[in-house]
Design a protein around this ligand. Structure first.
Ligand code: EPU
Length: 420
């Protein structure tokens, strides 16, 4: 397993380019299965999760070509309607092929994704959406077996215990686009990734109103065509590098980053003492003085994203004062705390609230990545720690950050990969 080594203490400065969004492109790739026509999806990041999706397509009998940032889905029908445990267990998001396969072929068998290190991650809302549209769903041998002779539009309230669900909204939308009549999804997820999926579906010929709002209306169409589409920039990658500029006291220009996708983070970075300037085609972030403590509660969009909670916690470890971070989306998403404390942070956890007392310095240490965003948080901490931080299990990072060490090195960080 590869390791990442970070020598702390370098101030980052320069420009780096934000890649296409992982969480937008995965459902968009799945949506291409709604048509037997060829689709061309652009600005796709080079990530492990994308190559896992390509393997799922191959296992379903659909030809794909991945070259540079262009993912081309070849013409043709699926020859297999089953996504196996071996593939789905490596990437939870692959459950998003369920809706499109069911909608197009009337049956689908997809491995139950199970929980993961950030929490239980149920899929009851996905199943609720599909059942409301007329699917018959059973869980057999660890698989979701869905069948539908006819899918029919209806009204669906899709809010759950923790608010709206991004991928349940995506699955329901992708099933509704080929259903008979009108579907109204209430408490739909408003994340830009869902709006981008709607953009792709509309380019395929779907009739959707209210994309990016809590009420989405879909009028089913008979068939969809392949489309050529470019994915939005990754707001979580952009947010991570905004925090990298802040934590090192440097100045970064993030090409392609969009202010409107990161309003909650930017608000907190300004409160913490940062400057964030919107420029043509990007965002510039820097800090001159100390980092002030800020309190954060993660929420659904446009609230503060859970996918930036761990990175913001790294920033809070070296602020003036005490910060309080409450996690409302994945209440157990705190495995990074013990690793940050190994680096000299002072964090205690009370239920789903972390209390962080700022320290003067972190010190480099061997630490272990536990999930994608926690890994990024450890890299950020390593950038300001005294000495060397060695992060193991960085396959988590490779699932979601394109060429992280190259991008950081190009703006002055001392970070490299050790192959093992
Ligand atoms: N939930 C349910 N039932 C469901 C689905 C979700 O109770 O059927 C709960 C979850 O347990 C959680 C809340 O609803 O408490 C929100 O989860 P959501 O369904 O929105 O998460 P997701 O769609 O499975 C996507 C991202 C995650 C991101 C969350 C929240 C993708 C591929 N994944 O997951 O991204 O944290 O939305 O914004 O889009 C990451 O990139 O590191 C990552 C984990």
């Amino acid at each position: 397993m590869d390791k990442l080594v970070v020598e702390g203490g370098k101030t980052l400065s320069g420009s780096l380019r934000i890649s296409g969004s992982k969480n937008a492109c995965l459902p968009i790739l799945a949506a291409s299965l709604l048509s037997e026509g060829s689709s061309c999806i652009r600005n796709v990041p080079e990530l492990k999760d994308v190559s896992t999706m390509a393997s799922i397509f191959s296992s379903l009998g659909r030809k794909v070509d991945l070259s540079g940032d262009v993912f081309t889905v070849g013409e043709g029908e699926l020859t297999n309607m089953m996504a196996s445990y071996e593939l789905v267990s490596t990437m939870r998001a692959s459950v998003v092929v369920l809706g499109p396969i069911l909608a197009k072929y009337g049956e689908a068998k997809v491995s139950f994704p199970g929980g993961c290190v950030i929490g239980a991650r149920p899929i009851d809302l996905h199943l609720k959406g599909l059942r409301a549209l007329g699917a018959d769903i059973k869980i057999e041998g660890g698989y979701i077996v869905a069948k539908a002779k006819k899918l029919k539009g209806t009204k669906i309230y899709l809010g759950g215990h923790f608010g709206s669900s991004v991928l349940a909204t995506a699955n329901t939308l992708m099933t509704a686009v080929l259903a008979d009549g009108e579907t109204v999804i209430e408490d739909a997820a408003c994340e830009p990734e869902v709006e981008d999926l709607c953009g792709f579906l509309m380019a395929m010929g779907a009739d959707i109103k209210g994309a990016g709002t809590p009420t989405v209306r879909v009028r089913g169409v008979k068939e969809l065509r392949g489309a050529d589409y470019s994915v939005i920039p990754d707001r979580i990658e952009a947010g991570t590098y905004m925090i990298a500029a802040m934590i090192t006291g440097g100045k970064l220009f993030l090409e392609n980053a969009r202010v409107e996708h990161n309003l909650a983070l930017i608000d907190k970075l300004k409160e913490a003492g940062g400057t964030v300037d919107e420029k043509e085609n990007g965002v510039e972030v820097y800090r001159k003085g100390a980092i002030h403590a800020v309190d954060i509660t993660t929420l659904t969009y446009p609230g503060f994203s859970t996918d930036l909670q761990a990175q913001m916690m790294s920033l809070s470890t070296i602020c003036d004062g005490i910060s309080v971070i409450t996690e409302k989306i994945f209440p157990d998403r705190f495995i990074h705390i013990s690793e940050l404390n190994r680096m000299g942070a002072e964090i205690i956890l009370e239920g789903s609230t972390a209390i962080i007392k700022g320290v003067k310095k972190l010190s480099g240490a061997p630490v272990m990545a536990s999930d994608l965003r926690a890994s990024a948080a450890l890299v950020l901490a390593g950038l300001v720690a005294d000495g060397r931080t060695e992060i193991s299990r960085i396959y988590h990072l490779d699932r979601g950050y394109e060429h992280l060490e190259d991008k950081l090195s190009a703006v002055g960080a001392k970070v490299w990969r050790v192959k093992e």
